[in-house]
Design a protein around this ligand. Structure first.
Ligand SMILES: C[S@@+](CC[C@H](N)C(=O)[O-])C[C@H]1O[C@@H](n2cnc3c(N)ncnc32)[C@H](O)[C@@H]1O
Length: 215
């Protein structure tokens, strides 16, 4: 499977952004952030060849749904073949930005969890914030509902100011090591995000005319 990964990386390095899939340790640590004891609706952005998707599908409740948003047609085809016998899993070969439209097509009001493996750090700042806004609005209004990401840097915490609470940890057992961050839809006292920051003490960046950030 790593061969498919490397092949797709060589074709589209900026979109794939990694030459190998996530390690088994990273996959397990990411999956530990989800409560699978009851049925869940879960969306995953950028599943690639499906290492996180397989672990989620293995652990999730029989009445759960897993929607996989994968931009790359080769990976999407590979995922379709892999999950052909699991009616809980649906592969959507489109941009993660289409999440709200795809949810409304299926009459799904919200997701309980959204997992992202897409290279957020290299997205242009307005696209990044637009996707964060859609992600926040697509999450269910309950205490455990969360957006989970794994990234080489933790720069997204500066941008994800809609989320009232975030927790990060570092996973060294991956090439390269990754931050795993969970952005909760609600704060500890049940409050929703209000745009006043995620409690991480970072000053909000101000965009310049060319879309780059300054502080
Ligand atoms: C670094 S790979 C991660 C793959 C896999 N999740 C893993 O952990 O091994 C990033 C994946 O995100 C996909 N991707 C990038 N931008 C995307 C977007 N806007 N919407 C959906 N998928 C995207 C790429 O095609 C690629 O499969």
């Amino acid at each position: 499977m790593s061969f498919l990964f490397l092949k797709e990386f060589l074709k589209k390095p900026m979109q794939i952004a990694s030459i190998v899939p996530s390690s088994p340790t990273l996959v397990r640590r990411v999956a530990s952030k989800f409560d699978f004891s009851v049925p869940r609706t879960i969306a995953e952005f950028g599943p690639g060849e499906g290492c996180h998707s397989r672990e989620i599908a293995r652990r999730m409740h029989p009445n759960s749904r897993l929607l996989l948003f994968e931009l790359d047609a080769q990976f999407a085809g590979h995922l379709k073949r892999q999950f052909a016998r699991d009616p809980r899993v649906e592969i959507i070969n489109t941009d993660a930005q289409d999440l709200p439209a795809e949810l409304s097509k299926r009459n799904i009001p919200h997701c309980d969890y959204i997992l992202s493996g897409i290279p957020f750090s290299i997205l242009e700042v307005n696209k990044k914030r637009g996707l964060l806004q859609k992600t926040f609005e697509s999450l269910a209004p309950h205490a455990g509902s969360a957006f989970v990401i794994y990234q080489v840097t933790n720069e997204l915490r500066r941008h994800a100011t809609l989320f009232p609470r975030a927790e990060s940890e570092y996973c060294l057992q991956n090439l390269p090591p990754m931050f795993i961050t969970v952005f909760y839809k609600q704060g500890l006292n049940g409050n929703h995000g209000n745009g006043n920051g995620n409690g991480n003490g970072h000053k909000l960046p101000v965009e310049s005319a060319n879309g780059h950030e300054r502080f």
